[in-house]
Design a protein around this ligand. Structure first.
Ligand code: BTN
Length: 285
């Protein structure tokens, strides 16, 4: 083909640096894997405004840089692994290979007061994706998680920049346990639930379509209602720990129009929670 061995070797090395596993054999090079890489050329349809990396510190950082460069809405930054993955409340998000770690740069059309709608929408979109692709019913959990039978399958983190009462950008990061072993005992991977390894490209494509559909009407009430229908939070007995480490126990009633969770204690006192960690208590039998 008129291509020198050195030229081929250089291209092979470039592929290896991107994370492709290639072995050398006496007959030539061999692709030694069937991993679902997330580079744009691996998708059946061309992806625009899409940045895939083998490793980054955090996709949130890369996405913030893209947002500041005026990239369009739904620009996606995805990485195979993260060395400094961020979770909520200054926690780390351990990001081993096989998981799905990405951030969307969203240019919100809703006023800043509705920023919570994007988190609720993304959680609901993942539930729809899992139902559509594998018939598995996941559940939304307040404030930013997706659960399966009491275990965490995905967490969501948002960062935003405002200008007056609107948002210049809202970056929504999702960490989804797909083909990886979850770091925590309280976690579960989608491949474990499905009983086989799953295609992350398919998940990303379906999620994006579902999220765009949910946001199309800019209707916060509709998204709150959908989230509530899918929720394992509302209707459960919960323990809520706020950012001052105060604890409140009671029944999770509903989300109000500001996205706050209303919890009612046994004495009938209602607490409105905007932030915090929530534990769902198992029913005593
Ligand atoms: C949480 O449950 O605490 C939220 C976890 C969010 C993790 C994702 S992984 C992709 C994106 N990049 C990050 O550094 N964090 C989010």
């Amino acid at each position: 083909m008129g291509v020198s061995r050195v030229a081929v070797w250089k291209q092979i090395n470039a592929l290896k640096e991107l994370g492709y596993e290639i072995t050398s054999t006496p007959k030539g090079y061999q692709l030694a894997e069937d991993r679902d890489h997330l580079y744009s050329w691996e998708f059946s349809q061309t992806r625009e405004n899409y940045h895939a990396y083998p490793v980054v510190n955090s996709t949130m950082e890369k996405a913030a840089a893209e947002a500041e460069k005026n990239c369009p809405s739904f620009t996606t930054v995805v990485s195979e692994t993260q060395t400094g993955g961020k979770g909520r409340g200054d926690r780390k998000w351990i990001s081993p290979e096989g998981g799905l770690y990405f951030t969307w740069v969203i240019r919100p059309e809703l006023p800043i007061a509705y920023h919570y709608i994007y988190t609720l929408g993304a959680a609901a979109a993942l539930c729809r994706t899992s139902r559509d692709l594998w018939g598995i019913e996941l559940a939304t959990k307040w404030p930013n998680d997706v659960y399966y039978k009491g275990k965490k399958a995905s967490g969501i983190l948002t960062e935003m920049k405002s200008s007056g009462d609107s948002l210049s950008w809202l970056n929504l990061g999702m960490g989804i346990n797909v083909n990886n072993d979850p770091h925590l005992k309280s976690g579960i991977s989608l491949s474990k639930i499905a009983g086989r390894s799953l295609d992350r490209k398919e998940i990303l494509t379906s999620l994006e379509n579902n999220m765009k559909n949910l946001l199309r009407d800019n209707n916060p009430r509709e998204i709150r209602n959908l989230w509530t229908r899918l929720s394992c939070t509302t209707g459960s007995k919960v323990k809520l720990q706020n950012s001052h480490n105060e604890i409140f126990e009671g029944d999770a009633l509903a989300l109000d129009a500001s996205g706050a969770l209303i919890v009612k204690s046994v004495k009938g006192k209602e607490q409105q929670a905007l932030f915090g960690d929530l534990y769902i208590k198992k029913e005593e039998t």
